[in-house]
Design a protein around this ligand. Sequence first.
Ligand code: FCB
Length: 442
Amino acid sequence: MKERFPKDFVWGVATASYQIEGAVFADGRGESIWDRFCRMPGRVAGGDRGDIACDHYHRYQEDVALMAELGVDSYRFSIAWPRVFPAGKGKPNPKGLDFYKRLLDELDKVGIKPMATLYHWDLPQALQEEYGGWVSRDVALYFQDYAAYVLEEIGERLPWVVTINEPWVAAMLGYGYGTHAPGIRDFKAALTAGHHLLYGHGLAVQAFRELGIAGQIGITLNLTPYYPYSDEEKDVCIARRMDGMTNRWYLDPVLKGEYPADVAEWFEERQILPDLPMEDLAIIAEPIDFLGINYYTRGIVGHSDEDPCCVKEYPPEFPVTDMGWEIYPQGLYDLLTRLTKDYGPIPMYITENGAAFPDQAEEGRVHDTARVEYLEAHFHQAAEAVASGVPLRGYYVWSFLDNFEWAFGYSKRFGIVFVDYQSQARAIKDSGLWYRDFLRKK
Ligand code: FCB
């Protein structure tokens, strides 16, 4: 199947700082909103927290060696803002950035190209306390300062930069549903936060361009295709609205410089639409070099008279992963072809795709056949999309390692490499071996 992808297609693995690094007190790192959230009783399964995680901060050499063994072309990781600016702003902490310089050196040695995400949810707690986090416009400006500093220091070493990971999740789960840090439940605040995340993205792109960096910059969105339960107009209408709230609300500002009118109207009717400065859209729509896509599952929805928002979510048709997410590879093809049709031929990378299963190690082996099947089926759909003319440039498997899965703590395992959290021993799962063999093919 590999031959169905272009020769220069980029195959990688992905992680994020808070999920793997640990060492939360090392070398002057400041507190993040996730450190704080994990310490609030009942917020994270099992009371788990990222204090140690995979101890990647100390084991990065071993981890890069494992990546080299897999044979990946690229590694997507994120930079922890509170390592670089412990208070979010003001004086940088060079020791914090040094970690990423060491990591880049290590990747360099084995010829693995880095893709760095600037924000994967670990906001400095000081910015939460002083400004209320992303509900404040100032935080977008401090994000630009942080981005500019990082890019000045290491930008030339980064072939790809992702500004923000999944603004929908950061805004809606963090400020709307409150299931992620900072744990706020206020949908109007969530829409404000979402806007500032996008604004911060645009400002970071501006900084990148001003510095004249040679690499490419983009944003990563979590995109979930919604399918109507039936062809009836009222079900189709709900699917379109769900698509609007989850996907178009982020895609349209970034790629078209406008918020989708139908969704804005719906938010307005529910009185949760904040007064957003529309002139920001020019900055939010700063041209990007690529769109990053995180794809895991789809939704099936229809109309309901019982629900206050008229939405009924239907149960999956196909088997689900350990997250309860329906396995629907066809959704990836539908999504990629639809994006190309609606937004033009923007180069795309799948910056995350993968699955959690309840893996167990038996004498150092993990027979995660379901994950192999998941990946194979999704690779196949990506190949189909490429054959249909979609400008897909790369694919990063989520995740390289088992790690801290946010509100689910360590209970969900997404890795193609198993982590024994007691001993910190790693073991390449069957899916990792399968990926390695796939990557060896011509
Ligand atoms: C995405 C996140 C990533 C990981 C996967 C399972 O929403 O970007 O950090 O938790 O889900």
